[in-house]
Design a protein around this ligand. Structure first.
Ligand code: FEO
Length: 163
């Protein structure tokens, strides 16, 4: 495995780990009766599996066999709803950091295919960070107001399924 193949494989597994984390967040908010928030995290988990599939497909196309490396157990408690989405935002920032590291390493190795493949992810990460930032900001304003929380829960229930 080349260094870039290793980094791609690590990110392939990290996307699956991201899906697992969002499934844990789904469960956490679902247990607190927030069906819309739970739906949002479920769709997010599906998106992460879609991201993993993109890495898988790209790796296959450059003859770099994807290898499954195991997924750490995600945390089960995330604090209040704002804290939960803030943890998701922090996770997305880490994903962005990792994608940029692969990009820079590929450029340094004069690998022309990987940066082109990663452009889609750079756009996607900007969008994902913006989405979570907006949600955290809204939850900060809503605070402990249950009326506001239920209205927002209903809004996040409208997120279209990945597909
Ligand atoms: Fe696959 Fe949310 O980054």
């Amino acid at each position: 495995m080349t260094k870039i193949h290793e980094m791609l494989n690590e990110q392939f597994n990290f996307e699956i780990e991201s899906a697992y984390l969002y499934k844990a967040m789904e469960t956490y908010v679902d247990q607190k009766g927030m069906k819309g928030f739970a739906h949002f995290f479920n769709v997010q988990a599906q998106e992460e599996m879609f991201h993993a599939q993109k890495f898988y497909d790209f790796m296959m196309s450059i003859d770099a066999s994807p290898k499954y490396t195991g997924i750490p157990e995600p945390q089960a408690e995330f604090g209040n709803f704002k804290d939960t989405f803030a943890a998701a935002l922090e996770h997305e920032k880490e994903v962005t950091r990792r994608i940029k590291e692969i990009y820079k390493a590929a450029v340094a190795e004069e690998d022309l295919d990987t940066p082109e493949f990663l452009h889609w992810f750079l756009d996607e990460q900007r969008e994902e960070e913006e989405t979570f930032r907006d949600i955290v900001e809204r939850l900060e304003r809503i605070g402990e107001n249950w009326g506001g929380l239920y209205i927002f829960d209903g809004q996040l229930a409208q997120r279209p399924a990945q597909g």
